[in-house]
Design a protein around this ligand. Sequence first.
Ligand code: FAD
Length: 690
Amino acid sequence: TQLDTLDIIVLSVILIATAAYFTKGKLWGVTKDPYANSFANTNGLKAGKTRNIIEKIEEAGKNCIIFYGSQTGTAEDYASRLAKEGKSRFGLETMVADLEDYDYDNLDQLPEDKVAFFVLATYGEGEPTDNAVDFYEFITGEDASFSESADPPLGTLKYVTFGLGNNTYEHYNSMVRNVDKALTKLGAHRIGDAGEGDDGAGTMEEDFLAWKEPMWAALAKKMGLEEREAQYEPIFGITEREGLTKESHEVYLGEPNKMHLEGSARGPFNAHNPYIAPIVESREIFNVKDRNCLHMEVDISGSNLSYQTGDHIAIWPTNAGQEVDYFLDILGLTEKRDAVISVKALEPTAKVPFPTPTTYDTIARYHMEICAPISRQFVATLAAFAPDESSKAEMTKLGQDKDYFHEKVSKYHYNLAGLLRSVGGGQKWNNVPFSAFIEGLTKLQPRYYSISSSSAVQPKKISITAVVESQLIPGRADPFQGVATNYLLALKEKQNGEPNPKPFGVTYEICGPRKKYDGIHVPVHVRHSNFKLPSDPSKPIIMIGPGTGVAPFRGFVQERAKQAEEGETVGKTILFFGCRKRSEDFMYESEWEERKKALGDAFEMPIAFSRDGPKKVYVQHLLKERSKEINELLEKKAYVYVCGDAANMAREVNTVLAQIISEQRGIPEAKAEEIVKNMRASNQYQEDVW
Ligand code: FAD
């Protein structure tokens, strides 16, 4: 038979797709993971660098590799701290390694006098972090095959593990638990306990500190290491660049990478390379003086970014100018803030976490979490550089005493500058090597927001719904302000030409490096999620999203309304929403009316007002009230979606659903809980919580 042109095109597409599938895109350099490090600068391996970890440690003369699986930077930060401590206290030759940068099939060749650490965060519903997906699949896979095929394969491997998790999630610390199990099964020997830190209980840092001491003792015993007096040794060297000024074109003033510096930023836009997106609209959606909730529309039409309903957008914030000023001031760097410096790793395996040459001002503004909670261990490190003996004694005490630290620091939400100011009475801390801050502070992280629009309705415009983080702290004069949301608030005020009631806001460098973000732009990337509507619109859905948890459901309901308008049969669409008062924080009130017109009786929106009447009503109560109906919908295989507060709401909703199933079907609670578990496993119950 003869093939016509169309057949040939179709066949070619199939062939190419098949080849792409079987080669995982390797043939043409497509990375299978859209978040893989496409931009190899300071963060990634440079082209041509080895993926062979054994080769790497031999070349660099290392005997301790600290692998990390990190999503928000904390695991990476802990890995660096362990590396530093292993070296300074025990003389280990440590290196930190991104799991994404190496192959694992030769872990069986790691010599016996060496040790591997795995510092692993669990993400979302028990998933590995993006950079640990391949490792996780390999190590837990049934047929993980190693280069030497010994039996057991990892019989000579010594390892240490610490996991970062959140007990409010169903699969608490499942990454570290499963990896630990897999390694043991493969014959490897764990040293010390498999540590677990709990972000849900707010004890991550303390769990880490409590775990590492016995671990070091066990490791020292096993490897015959001797502890020595820890001496601070900088990892990064800072050189002033006399010939350069901040006007010099090669100086980074906040541009995230070389393409941005050279004005040639192009995709793929991802966690290493943001798109500088125009904000086309921004407005306030609360009706109350002391709280703000922002609605923003971000235009991605100028990029190759795309999103699907239920995905997340990441906002790359900058620190507030006022905080940058405080930080530079207390370190005695105000005069030098615009001096151009180069930062180099003094350690061949360390990576400078931002591009250089740059300035102190830029580092503080664009690259470090200068406002975040401070680690107690870091406080102990800084003690050695205190401006006087009493500050030194105070820092040492804070470093050692968990309760004292809470009383003096955590309780007030102090950031580093606040702490140094309070301990030293305003004296400058100019003896601290700047490297210590690069090591001790996390790099500034993008913040994620559940996209609140539907990609079917507005494919090139992403909506954001964000509550501005501002808390009054007893005993503290100024309120505590979140980094990203106050930056967004300042952008909104600039865009709308609003007089700024809070001087805090205006000190953001709204226009960005070299005014490249002027005309109201914000750096973003998109993260795809598994939080998805059923592909069949006639399936009933139950959404539970109080407060900003309503964000993705605005998108879900938009999408179902469009489907209804297009004549499709749309199943029952119930949205349980909750807020304080109808007159204050009932978000998008008029929009729901519009959707109702399209969806008719298929759409219902029960609302729990917690401060509008004599009784506090929450979404969980409304679910209970509708037990019979909920159970019937579940029996019809309705999809359940929960979004918002992980600590209390999501957990309670889970419990209430099990209670409803138990009561309505007359079965024991344990059995009902099992049903809810199975619903999760089959994606009939999905969470997007934080
Ligand atoms: P940050 O500065 O990051 O502070 C956040 C919190 O950290 C503070 O409230 C405080 O508890 C603690 N903290 C920070 N600094 C200190 C300190 N010095 N001392 C003690 N404690 C401190 N939010 C929304 O509004 N809408 C959404 O749709 C949304 N979707 C999300 C989806 C996902 C998947 C995730 C992970 C989060 C989502 N969030 C959403 C939350 C959002 O990402 C941010 O965490 C939130 O907006 C606060 O950011 P911020 O930079 O303003 O606050």
